[in-house]
Design a protein around this ligand. Structure first.
Ligand code: F0G
Length: 401
């Protein structure tokens, strides 16, 4: 059943609908499973993909379109953790098939598209959603249309969307404007929209929450920190964790902590005013182009997740993001794109401010791979040193350092 998050209006699972017809708010899929029906041991000996938790995935099991997404690394990060005085784990979503967490949502979203029998799918994107959609549409044999904000999509993501055969449009405008345009096309039924306004997308992404709980031995961390852009992922992870809580698998819940870039922070602004009313940011700007978003469509779900979990939201500067990106790469060997590093930058800031307490068990979600945005990575480094192919020339430089 599809349900409105605001007025509780209900819709059939197979209705193609993105907003409530009664009140215009966003929708979610109602999933209610109890441990008496599905004991947690059910998941133990299955292949390590998100479909391990298939009982919680509201789609037709015989129609699954998958690239074995999910089951991503869960790395203990002792160096950064000890420096900050916390017990730190990093969930490395860049290890998904197209290099970001979007693959989880697309696997379920494209499965639903196949179930519905649509022939064209589409999205607007800051890059990763389009890369993922293009790959999964190719696998399902569907036509794929993507709208990208002109000049603001990192190179790796653009290459993926194009190479997987999507019809790519470069929009003169930002992500929010591109999303409005493609949504209008979807409402005229020219394509099936697979942005996170489509509630089936979040059903896949909630598996990040499942995996964290499972990996911690059926316990909740104290806090989950992640970057927030269109605000789908924080909403999805919270949904997954509350479903596991309602099923009776866990007793505690984590504090959901959403980090935004200073130049694109409508969710944090609302949190600071302790309100549910998100005021869009005009002309959002940040080096973390993945989260360069001014009017997040899932703001109501995200703010609920933050308030209901006794969580927090804060901003970080571009400089803090790039510093954290480098630290993660240099001290822990984990290469992430700038937006992902907002979680680590946020953790550092919240430790300094005393919001995060010493000894907390924290999971930071790093959402996309370093290679998504090679230009930013290269610009942050000194150039390679040119030498002749000669041992003496090499020694001269290397040993004189
Ligand atoms: N991190 C990365 C690497 C992303 O690509 C995104 C969103 C986010 C974080 C934020 O997640 O939107 O669920 O709050 N990227 C979208 C896209 C908008 O089009 O690829 P969110």
């Amino acid at each position: 059943m599809i349900k409105c998050v605001k007025c509780n209006a209900k819709y059939d699972d197979n209705e193609v609908i993105y907003n409530c017809k009664e009140c215009g708010s966003v929708l979610e899929i109602f999933v209610d499973i109890d441990k008496s029906e599905v004991p947690k041991e059910t998941f133990d000996c299955r292949k390590d993909t998100l479909w391990k938790y298939k009982e919680f995935m509201p789609v037709d099991e015989t129609k699954i379109i998958s690239l074995d997404e999910g089951g991503t690394p869960f790395c203990k990060c002792n160096k950064i953790g000890e420096e900050l005085g916390v017990d730190l784990y990093v969930k490395v979503e860049g290890s998904n098939p197209t290099g970001s967490f979007k693959d989880r949502g697309m696997s379920v979203g494209i499965t639903k598209a196949s179930e519905l029998g649509v022939d064209t799918v589409g999205c607007a994107s800051t890059g990763n959603t389009s890369a993922s959609l293009a790959a999964y549409a190719a696998r399902a044999g569907l036509r794929c249309v993507v709208l990208l904000p002109s000049g603001k999509v990192a190179l790796g993501k653009l290459a993926q969307a194009m190479f997987h055969g999507a019809e790519v449009f470069s929009v003169n405008g930002n992500f929010d404007e591109a999303l409005e345009t493609v949504t209008a096309l979807a409402l005229e039924k020219h394509l099936y929209l697979l942005n996170s306004i489509n509630p089936y997308r979040l059903e896949g992404q909630k598996s990040i929450g499942f995996e964290i709980i499972h990996e911690l031995g059926w316990e909740s961390p104290d806090r989950i920190i992640l970057p927030v852009g269109n605000a789908g992922n924080i909403s999805a992870i919270w949904k997954g964790i509350t479903e596991f809580h309602n099923a009776g698998y866990i007793d505690e819940l984590p504090m959901m902590t959403g980090i935004q870039a200073e130049g694109a922070s409508p969710i944090t602004n609302a949190f600071r005013k302790n309100t549910m009313d998100m005021v869009p940011v005009e002309n959002p700007e940040t080096v973390a182009t993945a989260i360069r978003i001014g009017a997040p469509v899932s703001s109501i779900k995200a703010l609920r997740a933050i308030y209901d979990s006794n969580g927090y939201s804060d901003t970080v500067t571009d400089e803090e993001i790039l510093d954290a990106q480098k630290e993660l790469a240099r001290y822990e060997g984990i290469g992430v794109e700038p937006a992902s590093a907002a979680s680590i930058a946020g953790l550092k800031k919240l430790v300094e401010e005393g919001v995060v307490e010493k000894g907390e068990k924290i999971v930071c979600i790093v959402t996309g791979h370093l290679l998504k945005d090679p230009n930013t990575a290269i610009n942050a480094c000194t150039k390679p040193i040119e030498i002749d192919a000669d041992i003496e020339a090499l020694k001269k430089v290397l040993l004189n350092k």
